[in-house]
Structures are given as structure tokens and as C-alpha cells.
Design a protein. Structure first.
Length: 128
């Protein structure tokens, strides 16, 4: 699954895949795997993109706003980012981001994220 995601991300970044083509791959079950609890093991390469199936959760530890620390709960960060609602199943796009020197917490969509200083890995979420 990781190899497929890397290929799709490669072609998507170069404008070779349209959003409709990505959605077709998702509909066929060829692109999105089950989401991990966090992104710690997948934040090796900045710019890497992953597609995951998950169910949003309003509970879980989250640090940051819009850019989250790699150890933030993926399901809770997805709710905080407004990508899915609490209890809603969906597919999210996760992009590995450059680490920030400081992560600002906030409250959104029923999830409170926390401030944190420098953390070595980071990611951002978007809708598919």
C-alpha cells in the first residue's frame, strides 16, 4: 500500500493525476489504508503524502494547529482540522510537513490541541 501511495503522490505533485482520478482510485480501494494512531513511523520524508481511512475522534492528544506534531492522534487531529467530524468515517490526505520550532494549540470542532515547543516530525491534513 505504501508503494502505491508514494506513486500516486509522485504523479499528483507533478499534476499528472486529477482529483477525479484520485477519487476513482479511492473508490476502488486501491489507495487508502487503515490509519495508524499517529504519524511517528511515517514522517521520514518531508512532502510524502498518504491517504488513510479513519473515523474521527474528539478524544486524543493533539499538539498544534493546521500543522501537528508527528505523535498527535491522527483521528483527533483530523477532527480538529475539520477534515472529518467526531464519529464520521472518511478518507483523509496526510502530508508530512517540515517540523516547526513551536506548535500553537487551539480549540476547534470540539477538540482542544495543545502548545508545544520544537518537535522533530510534523504533518498536515486535508480533505480528499
Amino acid at each position: 500500500m505504501k508503494a502505491i501511495q508514494e506513486l500516486v503522490a509522485y504523479f499528483e505533485r507533478r499534476g499528472r493525476l486529477t482529483p477525479i482520478q484520485v477519487l476513482k482510485l479511492l473508490d476502488q480501494g486501491l489507495l487508502a489504508g487503515d490509519a495508524p494512531a499517529n504519524m511517528l513511523d511515517l514522517c521520514d520524508q518531508i512532502g510524502a503524502t498518504y491517504y488513510f481511512r479513519l473515523t474521527g475522534q474528539a478524544t486524543g492528544m493533539v499538539w498544534g494547529t493546521d500543522v501537528y506534531t508527528g505523535d498527535s492522534s491522527l483521528a483527533a487531529a483530523a477532527v480538529h482540522a475539520g477534515v472529518v467530524k467526531d464519529g464520521e468515517a472518511g478518507v483523509v490526505k496526510v502530508t508530512v510537513a517540515p517540523p516547526l520550532s513551536r506548535y500553537q494549540g487551539s480549540s476547534r470542532y470540539g477538540v482542544t490541541s495543545h502548545d508545544f515547543g520544537h518537535y522533530g516530525t510534523a504533518y498536515r491534513l486535508s480533505r480528499v
